[in-house]
Design a binder for this molecule. Structure first.
Ligand code: C5P
Length: 224
């Protein structure tokens, strides 16, 4: 149903976790599987978009028909995204580590007789907010995700304003929904003025639905 919908449109997707090095063998990371971001990249490519996927370390094959760039850290993810510009649409589905160690030890930290090391952290760049900055290369549509357990629309809209993006896909992750770790999710698509609630569906279906909404953004009436 989406074949040819986005033919020739350049799009960028981020996916997966980031790994922030502590020393040559250790890192700070998170458990993102990359399932949603990879499904979105695959669905965009299937709709004819020229798709670049910037992904952190995941145990998942590169999607067919997608230019996939592999990175580890948030800083690497940001520079790979910048190199992929200009694009018309950016979808930030990566679970970027909010902090990284202030210093990366050149040698493996040893557990000697000394006390355990204190690890100072510094904040990472916010890739979604960076891509949404006004400027000549700003994509026409910048889309982010939010995981919320309550006051979903209100919190998501605050995030939209803070990050400067156009749409937020808010995931209802309250324990009753069983979203964490599962393949199904309940999404609310939010822009500055309107919101739509999607029925609970698989992440693959979320990807296809999002592609349809993006197609409508370019061809159809506005959401609100
Ligand atoms: O601020 P929070 O992590 O809740 O925002 C989630 C959204 O922001 C996701 O779309 C995520 O990909 C993006 N993000 C980012 N860079 C960060 C943190 C979050 O692109 N450093």
């Amino acid at each position: 149903r989406t074949a040819g919908l986005l033919t020739g449109r350049r799009v960028l997707v981020t996916s997966g976790p980031t790994f922030e090095a502590l020393d040559p063998v250790r890192f700070l990371g998170n458990r993102s599987s990359g399932r949603q971001g990879h499904a979105i990249a695959a669905a965009l490519a299937a709709a004819g978009a020229e798709t670049t996927l910037v992904t952190g370390p995941v145990a998942r094959p590169d999607p067919a028909g997608v230019t996939t760039l592999h990175v580890e850290s948030a800083e690497e993810m940001l520079s790979a995204c910048r190199e992929a510009l200009p694009v018309e649409v950016a979808v930030c589905a990566a679970a970027v580590s909010d902090w990284r160690p202030a210093q990366v030890a050149e040698q493996k930290l040893k557990k000697g007789s000394a006390a355990a090391p204190d690890i100072a952290l510094v904040p990472n760049p916010d890739i979604l907010a960076e891509l949404a900055q006004p400027g000549p290369h700003r994509p026409r549509l910048v889309i982010g995700f939010a995981a919320e357990t309550e006051k979903l629309v209100e919190h998501a809209r605050a995030k939209l304003a803070k990050k400067g993006c156009d749409w937020i896909l808010a995931n209802d992750v309250s324990p009753a929904t069983g979203t964490f770790g599962g393949d199904e999710t309940t999404i609310h698509l939010i822009d500055a003025t309107a919101s739509e609630s999607w029925t609970r569906m698989r992440k693959q279906a979320v990807a296809e639905r999002l592609v349809q909404r993006i197609g409508r953004f370019f061809s159809g009436p506005p959401m609100s």
